[in-house]
Design a protein around this ligand. Sequence first.
Ligand code: GDP
Ligand code: MG
Length: 206
Amino acid sequence: MKAVNFQSAKFLISAPSLKQCPPERGAEVAFAGRSNAGKSSAINKLTNNSKLVRTSKTPGATQLINFFTLQNSDELRLVDLPGYGYAKVSQEVKNRWQLHLSQYLHGRQSLRGVVILMDIRQPLQDLDITMIDWAVQSQMQVHALLTKSDKLSGGAAKSTLFKIQNEFKKAGLDDLVTVQTFSAHSGDGVDQLARQVSTWLLSDNE
Ligand SMILES: Nc1nc2c(ncn2[C@@H]2O[C@H](COP(=O)(O)OP(=O)(O)O)[C@@H](O)[C@H]2O)c(=O)[nH]1
Ligand SMILES: [Mg+2]
């Protein structure tokens, strides 16, 4: 299979709203998750670039949609969506994020799939379920990462994986939603993530 060279990732632009996003040509894959779920660490691990996205000690500080090009092509993009669920912001700011995220997930023509990151110790919280619902309402593919798998023993990580897979199956979502364990620290699941994102980006979806 052809694979995308993720090490080629370069910052393109930060958009404060859907209107300011780059043109919807080509293909992109977005990363979403509660703040502190490990999104920046995962993108940096995937791209083998520890400086691409800032891993932050002040989660929720940004609410920009960040775009990165791959292979020096504007038409192949990774997208870092604003983290959600950060407690210390006002309800008004939370509502605005939710509106932007739902508009992006519903309206973005070039979006091929969404990676949703959840800490393996606290998966499927309310806002995660909301995000997954928005995606599947638009028949959007979701790949869930159970992050920080190094925090659990191998056996406990596996059993959480099976449990979450089973939840999606029970909900009738197993054709749209896939799940894996991931750790930016141990490297667990990095190749699997790269394969999934490559498949999405390189699929002919006109
Ligand atoms: N143990 C462990 N900690 C991680 C991992 N990934 C991220 N973290 C930590 O979790 C915190 C949040 O990570 P960050 O990538 O900034 O999360 P973001 O807010 O979702 O972008 C940081 O303290 C990271 O060092 C991982 O795979 N394993
Ligand atoms: Mg971050």
